[in-house]
Write a protein of this length. Structure first.
Length: 140
């Protein structure tokens, strides 16, 4: 698909959508990191929104653990378009030059989250009271 788009002068953007942090812990690991490397090798620049961030830590930003509300999608689009948002650290542009350092960063973050979980028995999930959340108006 990328080659077809390049041939026609169409921008082809690959991105990993946001998922709830509780789900990410289940698939983070060597197989996923190898997959990231391969996608970046094929696609060049790849946006990654499935990171441990304030959006992913709030279950109310998702219909279920893998499907986000449109407000999260809008935030992803704004981030990819280079617009300033109030959610710093949401979305990382992976490139062939930074993919290895970002994978190492993810490994370190995962270790921190696992340690937090072992100590507290849960992750620091946010809820309805989170004033920075993207909670849809249907909850308000």
């Amino acid at each position: 698909m990328k080659k077809m788009c390049d041939k026609k002068g169409i921008e082809f953007q690959i991105f990993f959508g946001s998922v709830f942090a509780g789900q990410m812990i289940g698939y983070e690991g060597d197989s996923f990191y190898e997959f990231l490397r391969e996608v970046v090798q094929i696609g060049g620049n790849v946006w990654c929104f499935n990171t441990f961030n304030d959006v992913a830590l709030n279950i109310y930003n998702y219909y279920d653990i893998a499907h986000y509300y449109y407000e999260v999608g809008d935030l992803m689009i704004d981030t990819m378009a280079g617009k300033s948002t109030s959610h710093n650290g949401f979305g990382i542009l992976l490139t062939p030059d930074n993919v290895e350092s970002e994978i190492e960063h993810r490994r370190a973050e995962l270790a921190q989250w696992k340690s937090y979980y072992q100590t507290h028995g849960t992750l620091p999930f946010q809820g309805m009271e989170d004033t920075d959340s993207l909670i849809p108006k249907i909850y308000g």
